[in-house]
Design a binder for this molecule. Structure first.
Ligand SMILES: Nc1ncnc2c1ncn2[C@@H]1O[C@H](COP(=O)(O)OP(=O)(O)OP(=O)(O)O)[C@@H](O)[C@H]1O
Ligand SMILES: [Mg+2]
Length: 506
């Protein structure tokens, strides 16, 4: 606006200057009338010009105003648009921020899920390995690291047969399994680790995308499960069964032997009775036959016949004892529990071992076996046949230890068996003063197949079967204490009721 009024002032000055110039020009000419007329015309002309100029100015002012209004309008529209754009930008920004937040949450959830899955896989005690179609390792769990010593980073990308060379598979076989899309199972693979046999179940699960075979998405999960404990337990059970059927067989034989043995004993008794001078009827019967009975007995004595007969009788009685022992043994149903008299079982086991004809038998006469039980030692609810088996194993181990060739004890050899009650349990201890057990093998003696005896002398199952019977079938405990060179003591603790309500320390 100020600019426009400044322009008008300039225009007015310009018109007035023109008038003054014209007036001066007229005076200079000296022609007054003509000058006035001319002046008038000039003024009129100038006025017209001024009017025209003013009108032009006015028009341009109006135009300017309209332009300004238009400008304002555009400005407003622009502002409006900017506002709208800013608003929508804000909105977009908010949406973007929300999306980023969501993305972050999803990333955290994904991480959590990944961690959870890894923890789950790593919690599995079996070796779990992921492989791609070419057999290269894609996943390697902690158990795989622990068993092989190969770290995750080292295993990743290497071929499975390099990372896990003990796999009994060729590269081609693995490829065939992956392509077949069917699980492959190979049970009880045997391996020697630290000079001990271990057993594994191998399972290979090809990755199944649900469609036909696709090289890119294929691969497999390989699982190696250590089943050594299960196999050992199964072997123990088999051994247990075998021993119980051996017991049954022995009992069957004993039953069959009972009758002929009875006949032998009965008849030998009769021969002794009918050849003795002490019985008057013998002399009378001989006299009726015109025989001098004194001479007969003389002859018999000279030929040591009564001695032979006594031997037969003694042997027959011993056989009878063995047979009745065996029969008693068989009367105990293998798994059936009943009220059991432990001291009696121990006596039977001692007797059985003495007569069983074991290799160490010849030297057993040198061993002093003593038993001492509390006067009120209670009966316990247990399987007599199974406990019998335990006592036989422990006694036999003690005898074998005492009579082993590489052991020479300067003094008396003994086996002590004692028993007492402790709260609701009974404790039985079997001690010997044999060579004892070396510290480095003490932890292994209850393991199946662990033996220090020569091939053919020990299978290494006696103690593992006993352990199984005491701990699994009777909820008891069995332990050993021994100092090498100073004998060994096996301690058994059994609940009287056959059930264990509380845990205990042996
Ligand atoms: N009283 C003992 N004194 C010294 N060592 C013993 C005694 N009892 C057991 N052992 C040790 O424990 C090992 C395992 O005993 P276990 O009864 O399980 O098997 P084994 O006697 O060798 O064979 P099996 O009993 O099958 O004939 C024995 O080989 C022996 O080394
Ligand atoms: Mg043994």
């Amino acid at each position: 606006m100020e600019q426009i009024s400044a322009k008008h002032n300039i225009q007015r000055c310009f018109v007035l200057s023109l008038c003054l110039c014209a007036t001066n020009t007229c005076f200079a000419a000296g022609k007054e009338v003509e000058a006035s007329f001319t002046l008038l015309i000039i003024i009129a002309g100038l006025l017209i010009i001024q009017t025209l100029l003013i009108a032009g100015l006015q028009r341009s002012r109006l135009k300017n105003k309209a332009a300004r209004n238009l400008l304002k309008l555009h400005q407003k529209e622009l502002e409006q648009k900017i506002q709208e754009r800013t608003h929508s930008l804000h909105q977009k920004n908010n949406e973007l921020e929300t999306a980023i937040q969501n993305q972050k949450i999803i990333a955290i959830q994904l991480q959590d899920t990944k961690r959870h899955l890894q923890t789950m896989i790593n919690s599995v005690p079996d070796i779990l390995v992921g492989v791609a179609a070419d057999g290269n390792v894609t996943y390697w769990n902690i158990a795989a690291f622990e068993k092989t010593g190969v770290s995750f980073d080292k295993a990743l990308g290497t071929h499975i047969l390099t990372a896990l060379p003990q796999l009994p598979l060729s590269d081609e076989q693995l490829t065939t399994i992956i392509r077949s899309q069917k699980p492959f199972i190979n049970q009880q693979l045997q391996q020697i680790e630290n000079e001990e046999p271990r057993f594994y179940d191998l399972r290979i699960y090809p990755l199944n995308s649900g469609q036909s075979f696709n090289e890119q998405a294929s691969g497999a999960v390989i699982q190696l499960k250590d089943v050594t404990k299960r196999i050992q337990l199964e072997n123990m059970m088999i051994q247990n069964e075998k021993m119980s059927s051996l017991g049954e067989l022995a009992a069957g034989i004993a039953h069959e032997m009972n009758n002929p043995l009875g006949v032998i004993l009965h008849n030998v008794q009769n021969i002794i009775r009918r050849t003795t001078l002490e019985l008057q009827s013998n002399t009378e019967v001989a006299a009726k036959q015109n025989i001098n009975f004194n001479e007969v007995t003389n002859y018999l004595n000279v030929r040591e016949i009564p001695q032979f007969l006594d031997n037969i009788k003694e042997a027959g009685e011993r056989a009878g004892k063995i047979v009745s022992n065996m029969l008693e043994f068989s009367h105990n149903n293998h798994n059936e529990k009943n009220w059991v008299d432990i001291p009696k079982l121990i006596e039977q086991a001692i007797e059985f071992n003495r007569n069983a004809g074991f290799a160490e038998q010849s030297k057993m006469a040198d061993i002093k076996v003593t038993t001492s039980f509390d006067s009120e030692f209670p009966q316990i609810f247990a399987s007599a046949a199974e406990l019998q088996q335990v006592f036989l194993n422990l006694l036999r181990n003690a005898y074998q230890a005492l009579t082993s060739d590489d052991y020479e004890h300067p003094g008396e050899l003994y086996v002590n068996i004692s028993g007492h009650q402790k709260k609701s349990d009974v404790i039985i201890e079997i001690s010997d003063n044999g060579p004892g057990i070396k510290e480095n093998i003490k932890d292994h003696i209850f393991e199946p197949f662990f033996t220090t005896k020569e091939v053919g002398k020990g299978t290494g199952l006696g103690l593992s079967v006993s352990y199984f019977i005491i701990t699994e079938h009777h909820k008891g405990k069995i332990s050993v204490s021994s100092q090498y060179g100073k004998g060994a003591t096996f301690k058994i603790r059994l609940p009287m009721s056959g059930e264990r309500q509380f845990s205990f320390d042996i």
